[in-house]
Design a protein around this ligand. Sequence first.
Ligand code: NAD
Length: 488
Amino acid sequence: MSSKKKIAVAKGDGIGPEIMDATLRILEAAGASIEPVFIDIGEQVYKKGHSAGIEPASWDILRDTKVFFKAPITTPQGGGYKSLNVTVRTTLGLFANVRPCISLYPYVDTKHPKLDVVIVRENEEDLYTGIEHKQTSDTVQCLKLISRPGSEKIIRYAFEYAKAYGRKKVTAMVKDNIMKQSDGLFHDVFKEIAKEYPDLEAASEIIDIGAAHLAERPQAYDVVVTLNLYGDIISDIVAQVAGSVGMAGSANIGEVVSMFEAIHGSAPDIAGKNIANPSGLINAAVMMLVHLGQPDIAAKIQNAWLLTIEEGIHTGDIYKAGVSRIKVGTKEFGEAVIGNLGHLPEKFKPISFGKAKAIHIPEYKRKALEKELVGVDVFLDWAPGTSEELAKKLSAVSGDLKLRMITNRGVKVYPNGAPETFLTDHWRCRFVNPETPDTESGDGFLKIQPEQIAKLLLRISEAGLDSIQTDNLYKFQGKRAFSLGGGE
Ligand code: NAD
């Protein structure tokens, strides 16, 4: 029996097969102790009718090998197809997406010679859970889910990663000035966990200006930890300003299974032309070898790759006259790396990797919080009319609850709406205990009973109104745990 480590390998779509073939040749030439087990994913599998882009039997191979080396795939847009990447990450619990980006100045043109940033992106939650509903003729909803265990896991991983790899600073990027509950939870957890790592500098920034700063002065950042969507966006920004989105690899780490891939997509615009840069996948392969306990082979490949870059042997995406020496295709770049195996870079510092640093995340201990029901938001599909008309209809059926406000796309339109506010057919109507003061904006909302909500919904339906969703309003540990309507 072969002593080589079996790994699942998928060649993907678009430029996937070209960059995967070039990378597998390098792995073989370097003496990596791996045995690829090929699986099909992506477009051809979607077209066979598997809406997740992966055949059912492939899951067993992923569970068996525990390591998945994956080229990018094309995700068909819309039409009931699920993103394979998201499905694999969430099904197999690959909670941390680690994306190191480094500039290779002066051999790869960049405005940021000192860029060396690791983006640690949350991988299982946020707007990527894919819970979306069309609720009215004009409006679609996408649910953003952020959990305490999810936030704790990724934030602790970022600090542990920084500690293990000699990094100095961890920066959280959030948007909790707007999303006070969801991004607010992530930020609170960050502040709590940061206290456990006094030797590391902890900072936080609002994502919009943070992304701008990352593009302008990335040298000010070290490890950045953030939510799924923001992490997706900023890792492309950082990879691109480092030189090319084609350069960075990423590791998707789970407790049991891990997946390694380039950060870029299938680049259909350049597929089949032998011009794609395989570096992102080569760097992913290096991360995979460290993970597999083959750090010497990983270093051998990384050093040969650095030497190839500093020799000015470049693919078209990073080729620059005056800086580069030869423009090569995907295959030729791979061959140049193979030719350099066993040699060290002369200008860049040679790389050596130690044993993979095991990062252990303690098991989450759920603390049940005291919860009190204090109201309900009922969402209605109602063709645009005035908010006063709707308020009249609702007040007539509010019974033992009180209509406190109505918003339209989150903007308060009753009471005291502004005539300029644009109205759609999506209304959120808030009902509370009649004793709750109209001026209450803190923790003073008063208790109601679940039956009051059930009865309210019945009356709303009998009045011919179309309720499309309800969200209960709670206090947790006596604190208001829902947002106020804009202008409430
Ligand atoms: P992309 O990353 O594929 O391409 C963006 C741009 O960068 C294109 O101009 C492309 O030519 C260039 N580029 C990307 N990789 C390159 C490389 N290795 N060498 C040279 N140039 C490179 O993003 P996109 O065009 O938005 O997406 C294309 C498809 O890929 C979509 O179907 C998308 O869903 C999918 N996608 C897949 C993954 C994945 O499988 N992990 C990730 C992102 C996007």
